[in-house]
Ligand binder design. Structure first.
Ligand SMILES: NC(=O)c1ccc[n+]([C@@H]2O[C@H](COP(=O)([O-])OP(=O)(O)OC[C@H]3O[C@@H](n4cnc5c(N)ncnc54)[C@H](OP(=O)(O)O)[C@@H]3O)[C@@H](O)[C@H]2O)c1
Length: 432
């Protein structure tokens, strides 16, 4: 039975999860895959720090050269950040080591470069753990890519923000209270910026797009907004309209390239993503042959993430690597344009002093304006009144100008509701 020599860079949450699984599941791995994994070196910052897992003191080192002296065959990046991780992974590949990474920041920014280097050196590069923790999203995408052209991937890719939004909605907590609770229970970091501002989800959707659309598809548009601006009043209005607010990440192929977005989005109660709660993640993939495929589960944590890494190690043993889509743009792209219309929630906030004529102006604008008005709701809170309208293809500039004119605050949120196009067509038929 072959024994594969493993080097682990990092022994924090993820590295400890990997070590635990390699201990607890050694027999199963031997029986299922007919191989053994032996950890020959572990790179850390501080060798004296107490560890969550049992590890022989002589395996720990702070020197990357000590790791290379052990001649590992698979290097696992569980340390995070760009520097020095990127340099170490480049060295690993040049030394003909296969690489497994959980490092979303590095893979999002340098995945294409690392793939080229890995191809040149004939080694595998896998990074399932970098997106969705234990949910096998990238492996599924890789399998689907063999026959399918992936046109769209969207979903909830950040557990921290999903936890905060769930608590705001279900327990009526403010954003700040929900964030503090998430920090207390270990679902949010002391510095939550990467999660709450949408950077983490954006890295993940970038990794997905790089894999699904390949290096030759230009990014035409990208947008990132976090959840800090979402209020309880907005959630109440959305509830009245039949929606939940979720931080959705999406990657879509269009006529001439792709668009990447991470934005708070209204999801109808009937959509399965609206039921993805707390720290869970959920992803929908659309392939041109397979149609829609979806996954849900825990997107982070030592064991789910460690499980994804060990699966990648076993995939390396089988000779598998991720291969980004090679097709790039094709003539058919023009025919494949989804033509999905833009539906938005326009959320106006007025002071309570606002007079009736202003409100009448707003409602008459909404019902007679450029777009197609699907629904309007209002809620009052403290000294403010909120009017929320769901509109297809609105003239965004006109909406903004109107809000300025009426001295109202305006927030625009995308709405994920394909039923509305059908409703609009039905209405057009009735009018005729
Ligand atoms: N946590 C999750 O649930 C999760 C899920 C998916 C992906 N990830 C990704 O996995 C990676 C690791 O995350 P984590 O939560 O395990 O982080 P963590 O708990 O902070 O652990 C990082 C580990 O890397 C070591 N390290 C960091 N910088 C180093 C350096 N310059 N030289 C040597 N060692 C260094 C640290 O050593 P010391 O212990 O000595 O300080 C520590 O053991 C990140 O890229 C993260 O985004 C995490």
């Amino acid at each position: 039975m072959k024994t594969w020599k493993i080097a682990l860079l990092g022994l924090g949450t993820v590295g400890s999860g990997v070590m635990t699984i390699l201990h607890t599941h050694a027999t199963r791995i031997e029986k299922q895959a007919g191989v053994k994994f032996e950890v020959v070196g572990v790179l850390v910052r501080d060798v004296k720090k107490p560890r969550r897992v049992k590890v022989k003191r002589e395996l720990l080192t702070t020197e990357i050269e000590t790791i290379w002296e052990k001649n590992p065959e698979i290097v696992i990046d569980a340390m995070g950040g760009i520097s020095p991780a990127l340099g170490y992974i480049e060295q690993a590949i040049e030394r003909k080591c296969h690489v497994v990474s959980a490092n979303k920041e590095m893979i999002a920014a340098y995945g294409t470069h690392l793939h080229r280097l890995a191809d040149k050196n004939g080694v595998s590069l896998l990074y399932e753990a970098s997106v969705g923790g234990g949910i096998p999203i990238l492996n599924a995408l890789s399998q689907l890519l063999k026959a399918n052209r992936i046109t769209r991937v969207y979903g909830i890719l950040n557990g921290t923000t999903n936890y905060i939004l769930t608590k705001m909605e279900e327990e009526g907590l403010t954003y700040q209270e929900a964030l503090e609770q998430a920090q207390e229970f270990g679902f949010a970091e002391a510095d939550p910026t990467a999660d709450v501002e949408g950077y983490d989800a954006f890295n993940k959707i970038q990794i997905i797009a790089n894999l699904c659309f390949g290096p030759d598809t230009p990014v035409l548009e990208q947008e990132r907004e976090g959840i800090a601006s979402i209020t309880g009043e907005e959630m109440k209005v959305c509830e009245k309209l039949g929606y939940r607010i979720k931080l959705l990440a999406s990657a879509e192929r269009t006529d001439a390239g792709c668009c990447l977005r991470v934005v708070p989005t209204l999801v109808p109660y009937a959509h399965p993503l609206s039921g993805v709660k707390n720290e869970c993640n959920g992803v929908f993939i659309t392939g041109d042959v397979v149609g829609d495929v979806s996954f849900t589960g825990k997107g982070a944590g030592a064991l789910p993430t460690g499980s994804a890494i060990v699966e990648d190690m076993l995939n390396i043993v089988r000779g598998w690597t991720f291969t980004p889509d090679k097709e790039g743009l094709m003539r058919e792209d023009v025919e494949q344009s989804t033509g999905v219309e833009k539906v938005v929630l326009a959320f106006f906030t007025f002071s309570k002093q606002t007079n009736d004529s202003q409100k009448i102006r707003l409602i008459s604008f909404l019902s007679g304006g450029e777009g197609f008005l699907h629904a309007v709701e209002t809620v009052s809170s403290g000294s403010e009144v909120h009017v929320a309208a769901v509109i297809s293809n609105p003239d965004v500039y006109a909406l903004k100008a109107l809000a300025d004119d009426l001295q109202a605050e305006l927030k625009l949120r995308p709405v994920l509701d394909e039923r509305l196009s059908a409703a609009r067509e039905d209405a057009a038929v009735l009018v005729k």
